[in-house]
Design a protein around this ligand. Structure first.
Ligand SMILES: [Zn+2]
Length: 236
């Protein structure tokens, strides 16, 4: 089974989506509109797992009324998880409002026992602290580039991280891969997204698996099986 644990599926054309039928894809959302699209795709494609969320970058300009609608959506509809949610100290402002919204989502995740898909650029420790505060049990830190020392704490909390194809060219992410335990990783594309000449999308995952297998010195088939079991544990 090929796993893409963080992908913005609704941004792809449908015919392209059909090419990814052999992948199990977590479709993260970034606002109310994309959350509704994700839920719709989740109903139509059996390999797509819809997550509802408000990206920290979108928090500053999202009115309270829309946040309330998203909360109602989570309470009303069959959602598989929450994300992309989190905190970002580097790319956007209004940190206090970000925190307030993130805490609300963590509260919901805890109440409904939902897994969460986290964006925590330059706010890695704070995000872990809040997840623990609300006893969120299942969490994945997407494209983890945080402190190496924090990986142990994530492991102890039962949290995971995703490895992105950018690991081939991003030194910091490569270092994370070298240090992380295999029981706590999943693969992701964050597609569709352009990063330093790479066009990130699900079909980069097979190549990513080869790369990880090589770095971690494990058979490719064993790695694929391990990531599958991590994925199933995350979704429970
Ligand atoms: Zn993303």
């Amino acid at each position: 089974m090929l796993v893409d644990a963080h992908c913005h599926v609704y941004e792809f054309a449908e015919e392209e989506l059909r090419r990814y039928a052999s992948y199990r894809i977590i479709c993260v959302s970034e606002d109310l509109e994309s959350s509704l699209k994700s839920l719709e795709l989740g109903e139509r494609f059996s390999n797509i797992i819809p997550f509802v969320g408000l990206h920290p970058w979108n928090v500053p300009e999202t009115p309270q009324s829309k946040i309330k609608e998203m909360v109602e959506l989570i309470e009303r509809r069959e959602v598989a998880g929450l994300g992309e949610i989190g905190l970002d100290r580097r790319m956007c402002g209004e940190y206090e409002k970000q925190k307030e919204v993130f805490e609300k989502f963590c509260e919901l995740a805890s109440e409904y026992d939902l897994p969460v898909n986290i964006h925590a650029l330059d706010a890695w420790e704070e995000a872990v602290e809040i997840l623990n505060k609300y006893d969120v049990e299942r969490s994945v830190f997407h494209w983890y580039n945080g402190p190496i020392e924090l990986l142990d704490e994530l492991l102890n909390s039962g949290y995971m991280i995703t490895i992105n194809p950018a690991v081939k060219i991003q030194r910091r992410h490569r270092l994370v891969l070298e240090e992380v335990r295999l029981e706590m990783i999943m693969t992701e594309s964050d597609g569709p997204y352009r990063y330093r000449g790479l066009y990130l999308k699900p079909d980069m995952i097979p190549d990513l698996l080869d790369f990880i297998a090589d770095v971690k010195n494990i058979r490719r088939d064993d790695l694929e099986e391990l990531i599958e079991s991590n994925f199933l544990r995350f979704l429970k």
